[in-house]
Design a binder for this molecule. Structure first.
Ligand code: HEC
Length: 146
């Protein structure tokens, strides 16, 4: 697996957003400065989301999911099991939270280690619980580690 880290993901996100902002907006007579002014706030929001607005270690499963994991798990990119797809998740849920933690930490096929995030173990576990519980599991969120 080529190196994919949260920075490249963030960069990709900004790129996609920039392109779509460009494509969607009514183009102001080819004024590049106006365009970059219009897309700047969007890029900043995306960067904040990707790097996690809250301090590392204290983010919720939902925050981690929305900032990172959803990039693949929302639409099922590269055969990632989609959020809410019970059939895709059932055999994975059967591995238990510990089993899923192992593959999420190490990475699995197209799934990069830690989903290419900077999530620590507690955050990663919360993100897995968030995803799995929206997809048929009833995992308990592990006690918050400081
Ligand atoms: C670059 C795309 C990508 C990102 C980002 C990503 N995943 Fe995945 N994930 C995958 C793919 C693809 C699979 C399926 C792997 C397989 O079974 O072949 C997967 C599978 C999983 C599984 C199931 C593992 C198993 O043993 O079956 C878990 C749990 C998981 N991801 C958690 C996460 C979490 C948590 C994040 C965010 C921190 C995340 N993923 C981010 C692509 C991604």
């Amino acid at each position: 697996m080529a190196h994919v880290n949260s920075r490249t993901l963030a960069a990709a996100g900004v790129f996609v957003l920039s392109v779509s902002a460009f494509a969607m907006g009514s183009r102001p007579a080819g004024d590049e400065e106006a365009i970059s002014k219009r897309i700047a706030p969007v890029s900043r929001v995306e960067m904040a989301a990707a790097t996690g607005a809250a301090a590392a270690g204290s983010r919720s499963g939902e925050q981690i999911y929305k900032a990172v994991c959803g990039a693949c798990h929302e639409a099922g990119v590269a055969n990632a099991p989609k959020l809410g797809d019970k059939a895709a998740w059932a055999p994975r849920i059967a591995l238990g939270l510990d089993g899923l933690m192992k593959s999420a930490i190490a990475g699995k096929n197209a799934m990069p280690p830690r989903g290419a995030s900077d999530a620590n173990d507690a955050e990663l576990a919360r993100a897995i619980v968030y995803m799995a519980n929206k997809s048929g599991a009833s995992f308990k969120e592990p006690a918050a580690k400081k």
